[in-house]
Write a protein that binds this ligand. Structure first.
Ligand code: CAA
Ligand code: NAD
Length: 298
């Protein structure tokens, strides 16, 4: 089973990156967004990233300028945008990367189940929800996996490939091969909360926010401590801005509902306050820090 045509639903922080790596891997990709303005923003972001990577390849001597330009043009040529779900009908694989809300995701998959060809595989990029519940909602649980990419998708080398008891072996193998075609190292995960990475990472971020809330250390010192003391590429407070405070809150809310007695998932009040104030992190220009595009400025 070879995946040649890929649909990606959502062209936000994660979706735009998934579209790009799938196209870089040689797939034809169609990206579905809720509104044209969001689609335009996501596609512009892909163009900028593809250009940046081409420039880097030349600087590092990995490609001539002509070859890098041709590869970039070929990648962009494989990408198309749409706001019409019916355009996903002939996709071999559809990867969902919309808001972290289980109800919204289940409704989307129920609709896609009657639109996309029967052999088509479905995948969710959810950070925290059970893959099995979305699989049931789609009406094709044996053709459903989790494909959990990491932010920024263009640079992070991991993809978690999640299977449920119902996932067909052939479907799982095709999903892993797709991850490899995207330039990632796949790891296999069971359908457990947060899979491997987020089950470890999100409680760590929560501990850092709780520390900040208690006034144990400043946000700068917490970040510096983990960068220089543990070799993390960025500290946990910056990382929360990077992931998105809204997404972090949705992940924790979902877990708190399912596992109310698990202290590792307790939500810091500071996180709720920031989200309520519209401070969502890098994507809104301010979270715990201030951002100008991808750069932290204060
Ligand atoms: N496309 C193309 N180029 C990009 C890019 C993108 N999306 N993002 C950054 N770059 C470029 C930068 O422009 C920069 O180029 P120059 O060297 O020419 O300036 C280069 O890549 C390196 O970027 P940075 O200067 O920002 O430097 P960095 O070495 O710190 O790398 C990073 C950035 C890879 C993001 C690194 O800081 C890192 O690994 N951070 C941790 C990220 C992480 O933990 N992600 C997981 C989040 S959790 C998750 O995703 C799961 C979930 O469900 C919530
Ligand atoms: P985001 O808010 O940046 O993007 C979501 C996009 O989906 C938006 O552009 C929105 O317009 C679009 N959308 C919403 N409903 C839609 C619909 N019904 N049809 C089409 N488009 C729709 O969010 P994000 O950070 O990219 O997160 C997306 C998913 O990826 C979530 O499930 C999240 O948990 C997961 N995830 C996030 C990260 C991260 O670091 N932010 C990392 C891994 C996985």
């Amino acid at each position: 089973m070879q995946i040649k045509k890929v649909g990606v639903v959502g062209c936000g922080l994660m979706g735009h990156g998934i579209v790009q790596v799938a196209a870089q891997g040689g797939c034809n990709v169609i990206c579905l967004e809720a509104e044209q303005a969001f689609l335009d923003k996501g596609l512009a972001r892909i163009e900028k990233s593809v250009e940046k990577l081409a420039q880097k390849a030349v600087e590092k001597g990995k490609a001539s300028e002509a070859d890098a330009k041709a590869a970039a043009a070929a990648t962009l040529g494989r990408i198309r945008g749409t706001t019409n779900k019916a355009d996903l009908a002939d996709c071999d694989l559809v990867v969902e990367a919309i808001v972290e809300d289980l109800g919204v995701k289940k409704a989307l998959f129920a609709e896609l189940g009657s639109i996309v060809k029967k052999q088509g595989i479905f995948a969710s990029n959810t950070s925290s929800f059970p893959i099995g519940e979305m699989a049931e909602a789609s009406g094709r649980p044996e053709r459903f996996v989790g494909l959990h990419f990491f932010n920024p998708v263009q640079l992070m080398r991991l993809v978690e490939v999640v299977r449920t008891d119902a996932t067909d072996d052939e479907v799982f193998a095709a999903a892993r091969s797709f991850g490899e075609a995207c330039g990632k190292s796949p790891v296999s995960c069971k359908d457990t909360p947060g899979f491997v990475v987020n089950r470890l990472l999100v409680p760590f971020m929560v501990q850092a926010l709780s520390m900040l809330e208690r006034g144990d250390a400043t946000k700068e010192d917490i970040d510096t401590a983990m960068q220089f003391g543990c070799g993390h590429p960025m500290g946990p407070i910056t990382l929360t801005d990077y992931v998105g405070l809204d997404t972090t809150l949705y992940i924790l809310e979902g877990w708190c509902e399912r596992y109310p007695d698990e202290p590792a998932f307790a939500i810091p009040a500071l996180l709720r306050e920031k989200v309520k104030a519209g401070k969502l992190g890098r994507k809104s220009g301010e979270g715990f820090f201030k951002w100008d595009g991808d750069k932290k400025v204060g």
